[in-house]
Ligand binder design. Structure first.
Ligand code: ZN
Length: 400
């Protein structure tokens, strides 16, 4: 949701302009302020941002994005394996045209991954695992040529960071670059000939024409929620990364039918699943991806709509639920990082949070957005400290 001031909005942010009565009400009933989900010096990825939002310190537990997604899929990495994220992307005229291949449907993407992966697995020390839409995994075995460190230290660029830029400038660099580059370039030759790729072109959709490997790492070190916070809970998301952090933290990941990670997601199913889970567990995390994805598309109106949908369909029912149990529950709402419409990618910087519920004093701030949060002067440079404070039930007073 978070963004920078935008000239078309007279210097306001999408979150300020969007109509968000539910989040505004949380601000009135509780506290809003700023926090840094991305610790200084770390890249502004959803992996790091979400580890922060779960209350972990990314500086000590982050090993890469892909191993978190692997955990979600039940893939246990051996000490000699490194997991990579494998996007099916669309390249055009030498540029990164669409890192989602037009949000390629999972049914088509998994056939592409299976057919192309089968050929690549024969030639290279790699195994492919299919995920949702354009998001898949490649697990690399180390051998006498490359060590775990070589694979980890190879610099791979997230494809969503280079939309519209020449992709050849951003091929992997470093110790294992020739292996990873070869896998990517070979995938292009194989995808070109595939009937599904040709079919997508005929339908006027972005051509799925390259695997793009990035986000690699070995198994992460994450303390279970039961040990860390004495809580059990559930996580509800369409995104394997977020589910994976939950699984690593010992939370139950519930799959909701129709959860897509896009503007058409099943909002109602997600929040109803979360609220009903709270009758048997202490904690529920609901993740919505649409505001991020619409900002990656550079679509201002869609981002505002995604924020308004989130407010109406997720936050409103959650807030009404909290109001029924004023002495038992806390509610926290925040983005995991800035996704800037101006650059169509993630950015470092403080983002606004808002929370209300038991033991949280009402500040009476009228609205929830970047500017109102900044005005309160409440600021947490370390996100995990804010979440720890929130989850352990310690009171929040204004100015404390
Ligand atoms: Zn994003």
């Amino acid at each position: 949701m978070a963004d920078f001031p935008i000239p078309e909005l007279d210097g306001n942010t999408p979150l300020k302009v969007a109509r968000t009565p539910a989040m505004d009400e949380i601000a009135q009933r509780g506290i809003t302020g700023l926090f840094c989900p991305i610790p200084e010096g770390m890249p502004p990825g959803s992996d790091i941002g979400n580890l922060s939002l779960f209350g972990f310190n990314p500086r000590t537990c982050f090993t890469g994005r892909a191993p978190l997604e692997a955990a979600r899929q039940g893939i246990r990495l051996t000490p000699s394996q490194v997991a990579f994220r494998c996007n099916i992307v669309s390249l055009k005229d030498g540029k990164m045209f669409d890192f989602t291949s037009g949000h390629i449907p999972t049914e088509q993407a998994s056939i592409l991954l299976r057919d192309v992966g089968k050929v690549l697995e024969k030639e290279y020390p790699v195994h492919f695992y299919s995920g949702v839409s354009y998001r898949h995994l490649a697990v690399m075995d180390t051998d006498s040529t490359y060590s775990v460190e070589d694979l980890e230290k190879t610099n791979c660029t997230p494809p969503h960071d280079i939309t519209g830029q020449p992709w050849e400038d951003y091929l992997p660099e470093g110790p294992a670059k020739s292996l990873i580059q070869e896998i990517m370039l070979t995938s292009q030759k194989l995808l070109q000939q595939h009937s599904i790729a040709k079919e997508r072109v005929q339908q006027g959709k972005p051509e799925p024409n390259s695997f793009w490997l990035w986000g690699q790492g070995r198994t992460p070190q994450i303390q279970p929620y039961k040990e860390k916070f004495n809580l059990d809970g559930v996580v509800i998301s369409a995104v394997d990364l977020v589910k994976g952090i939950g699984v690593c933290a010992g939370l139950e990941s519930i799959d909701v039918p129709g959860a897509t990670g896009w503007i058409d997601t099943n909002y109602k199913g997600k929040i109803e699943t979360a609220l009903s889970a709270l009758s048997r567990v202490d904690f529920a995390l609901v993740h919505v991806e649409a505001p991020d994805e619409s900002a990656h598309q550079g679509d201002l109106n869609l981002k505002i709509k995604a924020i308004e949908d989130f407010d109406e369909k997720i936050v409103r029912p959650a807030l009404e639920f909290v109001k029924q149990y004023p002495n038992d529950i806390r509610l926290f709402v925040a983005p995991d990082h800035i996704t800037a419409l101006s650059t169509r990618t993630h950015a470092q910087g403080a983002v606004p949070f808002v929370m209300c519920g038991h033991g949280i004093e009402a500040s009476g701030v009228a609205e929830y957005h970047e500017a109102s949060a900044q005005k309160t002067g409440i600021f947490y440079p370390e996100a995990h400290e804010l979440i720890h404070h929130f989850l352990t039930g310690a009171p929040f007073y204004i100015g404390s």
